[in-house]
Design a binder for this molecule. Structure first.
Ligand SMILES: [Zn+2]
Length: 162
């Protein structure tokens, strides 16, 4: 089973090669704005994004990090297609972790497993696309998403920000 493989060995993800047209220099992190402890699937978010009022062609994020106690990463929109996740900044890679709320209020609910999966994914994306910087949605919009400050949480070295 593919999901079992991903769960045990995130490094075995086979992402598309750089022969695709999209070049990226930024990753923007999002949360699903769902309560801590709750897990929802990539398919659920895809339904939100492809139904009214959005009616998008596909889920807006390229990757989703589940809250399944296993750090599973699922693919969303294909990486070679432009995402739909940050108004005015969609020439970037969009990653969403499941969570971001406690009792309906914004709060960092990223689990250790989700964080670990995110780090692995960032490494893989940097192997493919080069030194991409890490940002939170809240740097580009007046929103709480991803419910924390990326630079404060991970520092400028990991984020590769000046
Ligand atoms: Zn967001």
């Amino acid at each position: 089973m593919v999901e079992w493989d991903w769960c045990l060995c995130p490094c075995s993800w086979t992402l598309v090669e750089t022969t695709h047209a999209m070049k990226y220099n930024r990753i923007i992190l999002h949360c699903s704005a769902t309560n801590k402890g709750q897990d929802i699937s990539t398919e659920t978010i895809r339904k939100w994004h492809t139904s009214p009022p959005r009616n998008w062609s596909d889920i807006g994020y390229h990757f989703v990090i589940l809250n399944d106690g296993c750090g599973t990463v699922e693919r969303g929109r294909p990486i070679w297609k432009q995402g739909a996740h940050t108004r005015g900044h969609n020439q970037t890679i969009g990653i969403c972790y499941i969570g971001g709320l406690v009792n309906g209020e914004p709060e960092d609910t990223m689990t250790d497993l989700q964080e670990c999966a995110f780090f692995e994914l960032v490494d893989k994306l940097r192997d493919i696309f080069g030194p991409v910087t890490i940002h939170g949605h809240n740097e580009f919009s007046n929103k709480a998403c991803p419910s924390f400050n990326v630079l404060e949480k991970w520092g400028s070295t990991f984020a590769q920000r000046e």
